[in-house]
Design a protein around this ligand. Structure first.
Ligand code: HPA
Length: 273
């Protein structure tokens, strides 16, 4: 088995062959949110297939490449496509993009995803700033021998999401006059959407939105000492007692229409990072 540090080194070297700048932030684009990458100027594309140890993405709505360039003049890297545990990747593999980003010297991670709303106040198309999370994947990217050069054995999780950058996101929503909830993201393994009983459980446990990603990446970013901002697009609502069918095409369409709101937040966070 190749050690994580060597995998990261090889991935960083591959990206460096195409792009030499130091990103101030990296953005992981969730389901239906890949369109954000068109805002990136002077873009250099690196396919995941050309990055050693990067899994090939298979989930619908995910392109599978890195878009390196500038956003309002500041160097950034956007990940069009992420690795999900439901595709069979381990939590460690799912967090490789974050390791790569840290290896490129970025200090800020912006994660986005599509999620089902649990809080009854949430409507389809709303955005939720992730204030905290509950890991119900029963997996963790830090399982195994710890590499002290990458981060501590027992990372503190009392505030994974950066307060200051959260305020920037909230102010952006006020300035642009759109609603930005702030809530708890629950991560499930998937790929099945939740049963009515599971939506009810996630709500009872304290969740405001539920999805199948993000937490492994956030855990690795905390381990790596990064500042983190997370945004969920509410693509469907999981009302347990009047549940409609959830379908992946609708999830992608709604996510794409919320894209401009997400773009405003990303721009502001990158400017402040
Ligand atoms: N559950 C889990 N993941 C999701 C959902 C959901 O309802 N909607 C979008 N991603």
């Amino acid at each position: 088995m190749i050690h994580l540090a060597e995998q990261i080194e090889a991935a960083v070297a591959a990206v460096r062959r195409h792009w030499k700048e130091r990103p101030v932030a990296g953005i992981i684009l969730g389901t239906g949110l890949g369109g954000f990458a068109r805002h990136i100027e002077r873009a250099t594309h690196v396919n995941y297939g050309d990055i050693p140890n990067f899994p090939a993405t298979t989930a619908a709505g995910h392109a599978g490449r890195l878009v390196c360039g500038t956003l309002d003049g500041r160097p950034v890297v956007a990940f069009q496509g992420r690795f999900h545990l439901y595709e069979g990747w381990s939590a460690e593999q799912a967090s490789l993009p974050v390791r790569l980003l840290r290896g490129l010297d970025a200090e800020t991670l912006i994660v986005s995803n599509a999620a089902g709303g649990l809080n009854p106040q949430y409507r389809v198309g709303d955005l939720m700033l992730i204030d905290d999370h509950i890991n119900l994947m029963f997996a963790n990217p830090l399982i195994g021998v710890n590499d002290d050069l990458l981060g501590p054995r027992f990372p503190d999780m009392c505030a994974p999401y950066d307060r200051q950058l959260q305020d920037v996101a909230l102010q952006t929503a006020l300035d642009h006059k759109f609603a930005l909830h702030r809530g708890v993201y629950v991560s499930m393994l998937g790929p099945t959407y939740e049963t009515r009983a599971e939506y009810r459980m996630c709500r009872t446990l304290g969740g405001d939105a539920v999805g199948m990603s993000t937490v492994p990446e956030v855990v690795a970013a905390v381990h790596a000492g990064m500042r983190i901002v997370g945004v969920s697009t509410i693509t469907n609502v999981g009302t347990p007692d009047a549940l409609d069918e959830t379908d992946h095409d609708a999830v992608q369409t709604v996510a794409a229409t919320a894209g401009e709101k997400l773009a405003a937040i990303v721009r502001a966070v990158v400017a402040a990072a």
